[in-house]
Design a protein around this ligand. Sequence first.
Ligand SMILES: [Zn+2]
Length: 405
Amino acid sequence: MDDPAKKITAYLEAHRSEMTDFLATLVSINSVTYHEERAVAWLQERLEAFGYDEAYIDAAGNCAGRIGRGPAVILADAHVDTVEPGSPADWGFDPLQPRITGNTIAGRGVVDDKGPLTALIFAGRAIKELGLGEGLTYWLSASISEEDVEGSCVRAMMELNPRIKPGGIIVAEASGMKIIRGHKGRALIRMEVAGKAAHASAAWRGENALIKAIPLIQAIDRRRCDREDPFLGRGSIEVTTVICDTPSLNTIPGRATVIADRRISCGESPEELLEELKPLLELSGARAFIDTEEVTTYRGYKIEQSDYFPSWIMPEDHPLIRAGAGAYREVLGKTPAIESWSFCTNAAYLCGITGIPAIGFGPGDPALCHSPEEILSLEDLVAAAAVYAKIALNFAAAPEAAHPA
Ligand SMILES: [Zn+2]
């Protein structure tokens, strides 16, 4: 059996029940965003047991592992954190005690993102144990806090370890087994409308900031982004909340803060996003900002994160996307669908900001993320691990990989 794709698939098929147990244990270790410490410690210990050449927890609290020292460097990232498990009543069982039936596993995180993470870890193990990683360095990133601040903790991982210098990145998130070559970005836009607080019984003494904000809110609701990307489609903007500064419920508010979610598809910069809002802001005399927040990981590590996450897009004929499509064909014997994600991931930083080529792929239906219905096919889990391993090997074999531009 000389065909590496067949070898990898056979290896992973033989480890299917071990992969299932691994995922079940990982799900049982609650790792809600900002509380990932137990899961990360367990992962580091597993990577060591699996023969990774290196496995460590960084100062931010991410777990990283490495296989090989070749010139073609791949960073394979999946996040450890999950949203809240949710109520057992909604699931019909305890979502931290996953349900395994014949060919599926259900529970919090099996789709987002512990299934894809399991597949990445076993992909590295298969490469190592089968001795296939010639010319390759495979960095495994089990990153934290993606659900709240996508991109910021994996950024910290790369900044904390300058040896992680990938020529290509695999972003492992549920994609329904489709190859992903881009997604929209997002920005959180804060708009402030100033008024003057006054007792509600004498409102004429003040200026009601909430009422003043209404023309702005309506204009945002009517707004249609005029630019459209042929692959990612049109951007959008939606008001998601209004916060009023008022000392009591019988005072008219002196300030209203309108928050909007802006989806970005044409690579607009933060400055451009604010500039295009100017005519709308004038309707209510408002000012707009894209804030920078400070997040603190479970290790107490502080990270500054702008509320701006750019879009990313890779050409279909890029060597990394070709490596991915080829890997899919070799493992699954058919041509993959190549699409975009509808949600934002760590790729906003990994590709959108660094400009390093990236590919997305993962088992599981993205529509199930964050729902009390997360369920994953074990067949897809094994196949995805084989595709990940083969993407890395195909990438290492591409002449461009070892000498990225
Ligand atoms: Zn995710």
